[in-house]
Write a protein that binds this ligand. Sequence first.
Ligand code: PEP
Ligand code: MN
Length: 362
Amino acid sequence: MAKKFDIVPLSEWGFFTLPRPCTIAGPCSAESEEQVMETARQLKAVGINVFRAGIWKPRTRPGCFEGVGVPGLKWLQRVQSELGMKVCTEVASERHLFECLKHGIDMVWIGARTSANPFLMQELADALTDIDIPVLVKNPVNPDLSLWIGAIERLYNAGVRKLGVIHRGFSSSGEKRLRNAPQWQIALELRSRIPDMPFFCDPSHMAGCKEYIPELSQRAMNIGLDGLMIESHSSPSCALSDASQQLTPAELINLLESLSIRDNDTSDLAYKENMEQLRAQIDEYDTDLIRILSGRMAVSRKMGEYKKMNNVAILQIVRWDSVMERMKQEAVLHDLDPEFVATVWSAIHEASVKEQNQILGK
Ligand code: PEP
Ligand code: MN
């Protein structure tokens, strides 16, 4: 995308004390004044300064706890005034936003079900014109980078400059272990298109259960993201929403302390030289890969011609299964992850079938 984004750096938002990770923590939902205050107190005690709590909850099925609504905003005001923390919540409509502004909420985020909806995004963007509070945009539920960028652009065009994103993973029928598949490559692509955009990861909604939160948080740090939004509850087992993925404040601080944070870059000359040599090697391999793929595709096109001449269907399932099986075995022999190799070969196969289809259509 050619568009240049001129975004206020995270260090100037006045919310976070760097270094990374800039952390936003708090319960999935504000449930009661006691639960909000107790959780916030415990978080403050372990050094967290930015508190989250859902006031309006977008639930997949009706009948689940749908949030306490406007009265909960007063509890967030208490967190601000008594504990000196910044507070944020999710907004999905102009009405939510106005209530937040009326109650002096410091920052808002837009949830995954809302960023997927251009009508709601435009409504929010219009309502945010001339309003100077930070806005974080979660990725849409479906893995569609353009939709995510579109949501960002609507806000940017409305003048929002304290703008950031939260990667919380994507709904998928394939991924079983995690609640929402990370698909890190989409986050990386967004990072490379808008490098200055403050970038958070929400490992809680990616994981869906406590167990996987540490590895996902570390992964987010490894790819250089700025911060984490993590769900934390003073008594997770009693939580009215997302009970299995919430950490106690004590567990949260243990997790944060266990993360190893590496610099995004270094000025060390030896490092730079070695890195340049390694990058040159990678470039060579990449060029080889393209040459090999092109040769493979030429053979595949030839096969398309033969299939056409002999009136044979393109897809030969038995043959394809055996190719895939062989590649997975080769992967193991060459120290590669068979799942990774299967993904690459599925893409290669899809492209071959597409080319052969075009030949048969001629
Ligand atoms: C949340 O942060 O509580 C939430 C509902 O998240 P998401 O929009 O990522 O599902
Ligand atoms: Mn939640």
